[in-house]
Design a protein around this ligand. Structure first.
Ligand code: G6P
Ligand code: MG
Length: 217
């Protein structure tokens, strides 16, 4: 029986992929990397800021010190935060807010489980925050997905047993984290990308999602 649903944020509730891409691309250009593509950006989905930086630096011939890498990640975040200033409720993905409202009516508790340190600001700017019971984010954790830490913290904040929680995710790292947390999972996107998930849908607007069946599982 599902009593809590933990939503990933980026790519599940809110469309931020493009903004992450633009910020990483700007950093890549600063470093003389001209071939950073949206395909590279897809590999950064769901993984930590430092692991995402590694995807960019794979394209560089230079080797950088740990301090330089920390500075690069901070610079990318400044670029990203600048872009987030233009974020509004228009960035909410189709049927995301409606899904949360529907689940709340079914007495399901709602959490966000995101490794982004910007998650609280994104929820605030898009107006989603009042719909969410608890937020687990990058500010709460030491280990990023695929480690289950962020989902276990979200479940704990909800006061729910992980076995009674469902994770909604768009990334492979996130589905692996849900499995490691012993939670059920609904993967959004092409089914072949996340064969490990219990349920699949194209997006939260997919009419094939049977919430009553999922909740009863
Ligand atoms: C999410 C995104 C990743 C991003 C990570 C850290 O999981 O999907 O692409 O690297 O959050 O986000 P942050 O905003 O803290 O850099
Ligand atoms: Mg995501």
């Amino acid at each position: 029986m599902i009593k809590g649903v933990i939503f990933d944020l980026d790519g599940v509730l809110v469309s931020t992929d493009k903004l992450h891409y633009l910020a990483w691309k700007r950093l890549a250009q600063d470093l003389g990397i001209t071939d950073f593509t949206e395909q590279d950006n897809a590999r950064q989905r769901g993984v930590s800021r430092m692991a995402s930086l590694q995807v960019v630096l794979e394209k560089s011939n230079h080797s950088y010190t740990d301090q330089e890498k920390i500075d690069f990640a901070e610079r990318k975040n400044q670029y990203y935060v600048e872009l987030l200033e233009s974020l509004t409720e228009k960035a909410i993905l189709p049927n995301a807010a409606e899904t949360i409202v529907l689940l709340r009516k079914k007495n399901i508790q709602i959490a966000v489980g995101s490794v982004s340190k910007n998650a609280p600001a994104i929820l605030q700017r898009t107006g989603l925050l009042p719909l969410i019971d608890k937020v687990g984010c990058g500010l709460d954790i030491i280990r990023s997905k695929p480690d289950p830490e962020v989902f276990l913290i979200a479940a704990k904040k909800l006061g729910q047993n992980p076995k009674n929680c469902l994770v909604v995710e768009d990334s492979e790292a996130g589905i692996q984290a849900a499995k490691a947390a012993e939670m059920k999972s609904l993967a959004l996107g092409p089914e072949k990308e996340n064969p490990l998930a219990d349920y699949h849908a194209v997006s939260l607007a997919d009419p094939s999602i049977n919430w009553d069946m999922i909740i009863a599982s």
